[in-house]
Design a protein around this ligand. Structure first.
Ligand SMILES: Cc1cc2nc3c(=O)[nH]c(=O)nc-3n(C[C@H](O)[C@H](O)[C@H](O)COP(=O)(O)O)c2cc1C
Length: 171
């Protein structure tokens, strides 16, 4: 039986906007070219085997590029990465040279990984599921970097970027 929805899509967006998240840059290759976008719908799925999931808008250029490439990486951004996150969420930015002013290095899969990331994780797609207007990429983790010194994370909540200003709570 289908229930009548008592909410609008915008209310749903606002509801989930209260779920504070970290912010990642998801990178892949479009042919031989880098393509990267800001993403927070990233979930750890399994430890054995190690699987990571990202939910990607089917209309995004990233979807097409990652589907073709089969490999992708995520870079978990520090609070200082806000400008990069804003840039890589800008619709219609030029594909060519979009990482020109973004400090990055190459991972083992060849994808671009952000310098100063709190961690980077590279994956090979092992499953792809359609889910409404998004597709879920399930990736087997191939490589990761966990630098010794972690900076404060960039946080996204209620439509804006934030930083953590409190210490871990024990209450
Ligand atoms: C904080 C934040 C998180 C986002 N998370 C996602 C996400 O998880 N998946 C997604 O498909 N788009 C996400 N977006 C939107 C994409 O970054 C945006 O649509 C981007 O322009 C897509 O790039 P492309 O079409 O050039 O591939 C997010 C945007 C912001 C600002």
């Amino acid at each position: 039986m289908t229930e009548q929805a008592n909410f609008t899509t915008d209310q749903y967006r606002r509801a989930m906007g209260r779920f504070a998240s970290g912010v990642t840059i998801a990178s892949t290759l479009a042919g031989k070219q880098d393509h990267a976008m800001t993403a927070n719908a990233v979930v750890s799925v399994s430890l054995e085997p190690t699987l990571l999931m990202i939910s990607v808008g089917t209309e995004s250029r990233w979807f097409e590029a990652a589907q073709e490439s089969g490999v992708w990486g995520i870079s978990l951004m520090p609070a200082t990465g806000r400008k990069i996150a804003e840039w890589l969420a800008t619709p219609g930015r030029p594909m060519l040279g979009q990482l020109g002013r973004v400090p990055h290095h190459r991972g083992v899969t060849g994808v671009a990984l952000m310098d100063d990331a709190l961690t980077t994780i590279e994956c090979r797609t092992v499953a792809l599921h359609e889910a409404g207007d998004h597709h879920l990429f399930i990736g087997e983790v191939i490589a990761l970097e966990v630098p010794e010194s972690a900076h404060a994370p960039l946080v996204h909540c209620q439509g804006s970027y934030r930083t953590l200003t409190t210490s871990p709570t024990d209450t």
